[in-house]
Design a protein around this ligand. Structure first.
Ligand SMILES: Cc1ncc(C[n+]2csc(CCOP(=O)(O)OP(=O)(O)O)c2C)c(N)n1
Ligand SMILES: [Mg+2]
Length: 762
């Protein structure tokens, strides 16, 4: 069912012009007094309290970084601390209306957003729910620390918990929100809707798109906000994320129940600087960042600049933009202006800006200007503000004393065997459906699928009963075997989605997906822009929200375009969450063989080098199907390599061929393809067939007997059978299509003994 959108040459070639709507800049102009019409005095005071908590939290971190001391208690913090002193109004204003179903993703400078969102969640959750969260999060480890001297209400306890949990994480303690495995730039706390913060600038720009996709596709409540810096607006991840988030198909091609834009706000926290480069006037050319929305879509992404130095202006903007998202008209771009008094990091000498500029912004410090407004509107008095200030300082000091004490807040022991890192690098679970009980949305019954019908007529093995080869075109091959596993999983896991370039009507790269278009509605199988970074990055967001994604990169060589997403995002969030997150994402990558230097590389070694990724490379249809089932029922990120040389390959090793039904091949177990006694050859991927040919030649011409082992997976890899083979043969030769240097090493001496003639790639 190809899409039915006629491109009319007459219309396309007609003379016309594009007009832009005005983009609002700082249009909020109400006063505290006016806001009292809908906000209570206590809410308005809470805004001041939350800003003060963030200010004291970061003032403490600044003191610690600069002087290794806060209020007389010494501590040396060796980790980073990117502070947002001066930016508090932006964080608190944004969080004010958000519920726990609204998820925020952030940057290296997100302490303020974590605290603000947490404080807002605490305000909204009832006591029972709060206790439930604190009791159950990592078995209450963090709660135990704060409850012993708790005073006051449940909300007071939860505030202690929040401040301590975030700080202990920043200080790398096992009692922190992510067991100390995330630290300052990555800390998060899912139960309050605080999702991963990202040390890679712009990292959240595409991860958040996947989170919004998850909400939209699976009808989950809430919105998503990507808090990213102004300088990140130049990042490829952010542009790709914006392109993926604004595809017309959401509004034009998706079925009625899923139609409409993504519930997502790209919130550019615009403090006018990168580290030292000034975005307005030096490193970018937009003048005012909100301009960026204008070119993206006719809605101009509802872009607007808002005054992030006034918390009420931010609340107003979030309220208005939330309504836009709820109407299905997202995504939205916000340019939230703010300014940091602190340096990029505490060691920053601020050599790139003038004292006058800093002072001019300090003159309009939101903490003093907003407090003055509260007093003017008679919401509270100066002494109330002073009391609040002293109380919040004390709150932070209390958490600080606990977080620096190694007896109360120990570090995880990463030297012992089976340590936290071992346990959290992979989740290693088996989960067939990420949402059991929900019916997967499909268009037809599996049996009605034209490709399923066609495949039912093919031989499942390469050979007939007499051992005679069938013509290849009459057999189930690797691409068919992959299709069978993938199609079946779509009928089991309702959250499973597949997307990438030309995935839908085209039939996917190399026709693996032919037949899926007939089976699946648009929201489960769709084409994306040529944005390899965002394809993988969004899958990361989709996975960490609780869904399963199967994405595809066409050629292995394009991994470079998705480098950060594969190497830093996909691979890291399970361990950096201390084991709280799972990452059920499968990335299919095919290796070319005849398209020149940019389309023919085997990068299995590069990917296998990165901790946190599972890597498989089937060479037979039986394995392709079984490994795909394992990948799509696991909870870990898998880079699934395929070779274009052998998509047509029928099953010739397993008697009976490729089973019709479901079966799994566990990762890590190499398969002996041929027994022999003189030399072992361990093959990766398509070299299996050349090794088999070579072995035949060696046997016939030189009487050398080869044992052939097919690696099947690279990470994990069980050496047991390989060692057994080597004990027998005393020699091993490793074969792959990858470049030899830096690859899984070839045992050169043995290769010399065996001699040449094994064909290229060995
Ligand atoms: C991809 C990447 N490039 C460079 C850096 C180093 N770096 C850290 S913060 C930063 C500036 C980011 O500016 P912006 O996005 O405006 O955020 P801000 O620091 O102002 O909050 C840079 C260049 C990084 N962490 N990631
Ligand atoms: Mg900035």
């Amino acid at each position: 069912m190809p899409k039915n959108q006629f491109i009319d040459p007459e219309r396309a070639r007609r003379k016309s012009e594009i007009t832009f709507k005005p983009i609002l800049v700082n249009h909020y102009d109400r006063t505290v007094k006016q806001e009292l019409a809908w906000l209570k005095g206590e809410d308005l005071i809470r805004i001041q309290r939350d800003m003060l908590i963030i200010r004291w939290f970061e003032t403490m971190l600044n003191e610690v970084k600069l002087r290794a001391n806060f209020k007389g208690v010494e501590y040396t913090h060796r980790g980073p601390a990117h502070l947002s002193i001066g930016q508090e109004a932006e964080a608190v204003g944004q969080a004010f209306l958000l519920g726990v179903d609204d998820h925020i993703y952030g940057s290296h400078r997100s302490h303020g957003e974590i605290l603000a969102k947490g404080l807002s969640a605490i305000q909204k959750l009832d006591d029972e729910r709060l206790m439930d969260i604190m009791e159950n999060y990592f078995d209450g480890d963090c709660l135990r620390v704060v409850e012993c001297d708790a005073e006051g209400s449940m909300k007071d306890l939860a505030i202690d918990y929040l401040i301590y949990g975030a700080l202990a994480e920043i200080f790398g303690r096992e009692t922190g929100f992510n067991k100390g495995m995330g630290g300052s730039m990555h800390a998060f706390f899912l139960p309050f809707g605080i999702y991963p913060n990202n040390a890679v600038v712009g990292g959240s720009g595409d991860v958040s798109v996947g989170a919004a996709l998850y909400k939209k596709i699976n009808h989950k409540p809430g919105i998503v906000i990507a808090n990213i810096g102004d300088a990140s607006s130049a990042c490829g991840t952010v542009w790709e994320g914006i392109c993926l988030a604004t595809m017309d198909q959401y509004k034009k091609l998706w079925d009625e129940e899923h139609r409409g834009g993504l519930p997502l706000i790209f919130n550019f926290v615009n403090n006018f600087y990168g580290m030292g480069g000034q975005t307005d006037g030096e490193t970018m050319g937009f003048g005012i960042l909100a301009r960026l929305g204008a070119g993206i879509n006719p809605e101009q992404m509802h872009a607007e600049r808002i005054d992030g130095y006034n918390p009420l202006a931010v609340i107003d903007a979030i309220a208005r933009k939330k309504k836009i998202l709820e109407r299905g008209e997202g995504p939205v771009l916000l340019d939230t202006l703010t300014y940091r008094f602190s340096g990029h990091s505490p060691s920053d000498a601020s050599s790139y800006r003038s004292r006058e500029e800093l002072h001019a912004w300090q003159e309009v410090d939101p903490l003093t200007t907003y407090a003055a407004e509260l007093i003017k509107a008679q919401v509270c008095s100066q002494s109330d503000i002073d009391e609040l200030n002293a109380k919040t300082e004390e709150l932070v000091f209390k958490a600080y004393k606990k977080a620096v004490d190694l007896n109360i807040s120990p570090r995880a022991d990463l030297m012992k065997t089976d340590c936290l890192l071992d346990k959290t690098m992979f989740s290693n679970e088996k989960v067939e459906s990420m949402e059991p009980g929900r019916k997967p949305e499909v268009l037809i019954r599996k049996e009605e699928n034209p490709r399923v019908k066609m495949l039912s007529k093919r031989s499942r093995s390469a050979f007939d009963a007499d051992g005679k080869r069938f013509p290849k075109s009459k057999c189930i091959n690797i691409r068919d075997a992959l299709f069978e596993a993938i199609l079946d999983c779509f009928y089991v896991d309702p959250t499973l989605v597949a997307y990438g370039e030309e995935n839908r009507d085209w039939g996917g790269a190399f026709a693996v997906y032919r037949g899926l278009t007939e089976a699946l509605p648009y929201h489960r199988l769709f084409n994306t822009p040529i944005s390899e970074g965002a394809i993988v990055g969004s899958a990361v967001g989709y996975g960490l929200e609780g869904g399963r994604a199967l994405v595809e990169l066409m050629y292995c060589d394009f991994i470079g375009r998705a480098g950060d997403e594969i190497f830093n995002q996909l691979s890291k969030w399970q361990s950096m969450s201390g084991g709280m997150l799972r990452m059920p994402v499968v990335v299919r990558v095919s290796i070319g063989s005849k398209y020149g230097a940019q389309h023919s590389q085997d990068w299995t070694s590069i990917v296998a080098h990165i901790p946190g990724l599972k890597v498989v490379f089937p060479a037979t249809p039986y394995d392709a199907k079984g490994l795909m089932y394992s990948a799509l029922t696991g909870t870990d990120p898998v880079i699934f390599f395929e070779s274009q040389r052998i998509y047509d390959q029928p099953e010739e090793f397993v008697k009976g061929g490729v089973p019709v039904g479901r079966y799994e091949i566990p990762f890590g177990e190499p398969a002996i393809r041929k027994e022999g006694s003189d030399v072992a050859i361990l093959t990766i991927g398509a070299t299996l067939y050349r090794a088999m040919d070579g072995a035949r030649e060696l046997e016939e011409k030189y009487g050398i007997s080869c044992e052939i082992i097919d690696a099947r997976s690279i990470v994990p890899f069980n050496y047991g059978n390989v060692i057994k083979s080597v004990k027998k043969t005393r020699k091993i030769l490793l074969a792959s299509d990858a470049c030899e240097r830096g690859s899984f090493p070839i045992a050169e001496k043995e290769a010399e003994v065996v001699g040449g003639g094994l064909g290229d790639g060995i």
